[in-house]
Design a binder for this molecule. Structure first.
Ligand SMILES: C[S@@+](CC[C@H](N)C(=O)[O-])C[C@H]1O[C@@H](n2cnc3c(N)ncnc32)[C@H](O)[C@@H]1O
Ligand code: SF4
Ligand code: SF4
Length: 355
């Protein structure tokens, strides 16, 4: 017979996870970026229809295509900031992080230093062995991108993906986590709503409940303007859905950003596979570079006068043309499912782990 305390344990542990998370967030060292987004490879096994990293199946950032960050490079970056940077490292920018075989050692390295880790993934490569490694390494939060609730829709949007595999992988991760008596990683599912999949949002909600993930949310579509490819922009506009949380209004047949009040990224830092610090997640090509944190360490790059001024003046005031289409934190996501008590801070942090 299951005891009451056994039933309560996972919830209490999850609550403890949030408490720890919030406390780390509140205590984050103001001299450092709040979150660091790290590209361990820009390479991907999929070609999702709206992803700005791939146009007509081709990677857009040819100078970094097919590179993988080595464990040595990663530890060098972390050693520079260890003991002072104390918020989170998100393994995302472009590409699929599970393609880098060193990513589990990287997560374990962060855990040893009590730096929380977050991974966005398409979860297709999460074999039994990798699931074990995710759990052993101590990943804090695993965000699965699932943009369809049926095989047909998922595979139309996530080109090259296999719906049954991703669902089986999420199930196995949750089962193994329970078997191991762990509450980490916190498992989330995310669904970018487009005109081709919006009818499946209710089914996505049901699926999240059936799978018993910790949290699920929908995200609105971002139309990247810095792709230098009008074909992409026009195609992605065709996927746009008007909605109260959508990032844009339709005016004169075009999309106009709803709320351009604050730049959501000035406190965050993006590091490419080459160690370059670039402006923000939306600067997919890495056009605005501020230094290389493998060469000099992040402290020097982050505090350099030019970059500090750029964050304060150019980014904060949205002076660049790509800013006119960039998201704001209020028009990005909507919760569709959460277990009781698990939501309190999930909503608060939902937009911090991705674009
Ligand atoms: C670029 S992916 C990298 C991580 C991983 N490959 C994945 O798909 O989760 C990071 C996140 O960006 C989201 N994304 C990509 N293009 C987007 C767009 N145009 N609008 C909104 N979200 C987008 C993906 O759904 C994913 O959740
Ligand atoms: S899996 Fe992620 S990185 Fe790869 S194409 Fe899809 S959204 Fe882009
Ligand atoms: S407002 Fe501009 S600088 Fe800020 S995140 Fe968006 S694109 Fe980047």
């Amino acid at each position: 017979m299951t005891s009451l305390s056994a039933l309560r344990a996972p919830l209490i542990d999850t609550y403890a996870y949030y408490k720890e998370y919030l406390s780390a967030y509140l205590k984050h060292n103001q001299d450092y970026p709040r979150s660091i987004f790290l590209e361990v490879t820009p390479h991907c096994n999929l070609r999702c229809v709206f992803c700005p990293c791939y146009i007509d199946g081709e990677e857009v950032f040819r100078d970094r295509a097919n590179k993988y960050m080595s464990y040595e490079t990663f530890t060098k970056i972390i050693d520079h900031i260890s003991g002072r940077f104390n918020f989170q490292i998100c393994f995302t920018y472009s590409g699929e992080p599970l393609l880098n075989r060193d990513v589990f050692n990287m997560i374990a390295y962060l855990r040893e230093r009590q730096i929380p880790s977050v991974m966005h993934s398409n979860a297709l490569l999460l074999t039994a062995d990798k699931t074990r490694q995710v759990l052993d390494a101590g990943l804090d939060r695993f965000i699965v991108s699932l943009d369809g609730a049926s095989k047909q829709t998922y595979e139309d949007v996530r080109r090259g993906g296999d719906f049954n595999t991703v669902i089986a992988n999420v199930k196995a991760l949750l089962q193994e986590r329970t078997k191991a008596g762990l509450t980490r990683p916190f498992v989330e599912m995310q669904f970018v709503v487009t005109s081709k999949n919006k009818h499946e949002v209710p089914a996505f909600q049901t699926l999240s409940r059936d799978l018993k993930v910790d949290y699920a949310r929908t995200k609105t579509l971002l139309v990247f303007q810095d792709t230098q490819n009008q074909g992409y922009i026009e195609e992605v506009k065709g996927y746009f859905v008007e909605d109260e949380v959508a990032r844009y209004n339709v005016e004169d047949g075009g999309l106009v950003l709803k709320d351009a009040s604050t730049c959501p990224e000035i406190q965050n830092c993006i590091i490419t596979v080459d160690g370059d610090v670039v402006m923000c997640c939306f600067d997919i090509h890495g056009k605005y570079k501020f230094g290389n944190c493998i060469e000099t360490g992040l402290d020097e790059v982050w505090r350099a006068e030019g970059y500090t001024e750029f964050r304060r003046d150019v980014m904060a005031k949205r002076r660049l043309s790509i800013c006119s289409f960039c998201n704001t934190s209020t028009h990005v996501s909507r919760d569709v499912y959460q277990l009781p008590r698990r939501i309190t801070f999930a909503r608060h942090f939902a937009h911090r782990g991705g674009r």
